[in-house]
Design a protein around this ligand. Structure first.
Ligand code: PTJ
Length: 257
């Protein structure tokens, strides 16, 4: 694929660059065509949110980091997350002592291998979900996401599933796991079913998770637990929907005026 040079002064340069990254990852066999559609849906929600991390989202980010720090945790990655945030996922996993597991909706051995190779460029950490002998099926799930690693998702207490379709969060919750997500759509099934929903772009949320995690190193276990006990996901999602409606009303007034 030939990448176009995006003019630096293009008003949408940042967003176009991310598109180029994900398009390249599609050509490389990491992202599927549905991943490009998912990205477009995310962009639309991001536009509505204002393409910024909301102050209220910081509370969800902090709570999610505490979950990763205090439990046996796994970060589940798909094609889009690998393409957009591979290095940062490794950093976050190292800081929180979480495992990384590849888990795909459009699972093929070829894609697993491609994503595994991408991670291996930046880490010698053992990436789970890649060896058939360790895979078992989550019985409730019918999609190919049902294949989970015995040493990772199956054994974990907390599963972080950034940017995902809606079939898995609920079954993981039913299995007794705590589920964390990053999803630009506050109304998606994953957002609604997760224990902690970070309504933000993975491009912004994961780097902020890393910096919050570094700051938390000075906090006591009790301080960390307090961050978690103060967090309420239903309230969080309501505040985000309030923000969206207020923003749209104020934008519509600007247009009318
Ligand atoms: O790599 P695979 O095979 O596991 O497939 C991955 C995709 C993303 C194709 C698959 O999980 C899928 O179809 O997802 P959905 O149903 O399109 O849902 C993706 C969700 O992520 C939607 O709610 C989008 O709004 C949201 N989203 C898209 N891009 C971003 C995002 N959320 C945060 N940051 C983004 N950059």
């Amino acid at each position: 694929m030939t990448l176009i040079k995006i003019p630096k002064n293009h008003p949408r340069a940042k967003s176009l660059k991310v598109r180029e990254t994900i398009s390249q990852a599609f050509s490389d066999g990491i992202v599927v065509s549905s991943g490009l559609i998912a990205h477009g849906r995310g962009e639309a929600f991001d536009y509505i949110l204002g393409e910024k991390t909301l102050p209220v989202t910081l509370t969800a980010i902090k709570a999610a980091v505490v979950e990763l720090l205090l439990s046996r945790s796994v970060i589940s990655v798909n094609g889009n997350v690998a393409a957009l945030q591979c290095k940062n996922i490794i950093t976050l996993a190292n800081l929180t002592n979480s495992q990384i597991e590849i888990n795909l909706f459009h699972r093929t051995e070829h894609r697993i291998q491609k994503i595994h190779e991408l991670f291996m460029k930046y880490t010698d950490k053992n990436i789970l979900g890649t060896e058939k002998k360790y895979l078992v099926k989550i019985p409730e799930l019918k999609s190919l996401r049902r294949f989970a690693d015995k040493r990772g998702i199956i054994k974990s207490d907390v599963v972080f599933i950034p940017l995902e379709d809606g079939d898995r969060a609920e079954s993981l919750v039913n299995l007794g796991k705590r589920v964390l997500t990053v999803d630009l759509n506050p109304l998606s099934r994953t957002s609604q079913m997760s224990n902690i929903t970070i309504v933000d772009n993975v491009m912004r949320a994961i780097p902020i998770m890393i910096s919050e995690c570094r700051k938390m190193q000075q906090l006591s276990i009790n301080d960390l637990k307090k961050i978690l006990s103060d967090f309420d996901n239903e309230n969080q999602l309501n505040l985000i929907l309030d923000h969206i409606s207020t923003r749209l009303i104020s934008l519509s007034k600007q247009i009318i005026d």
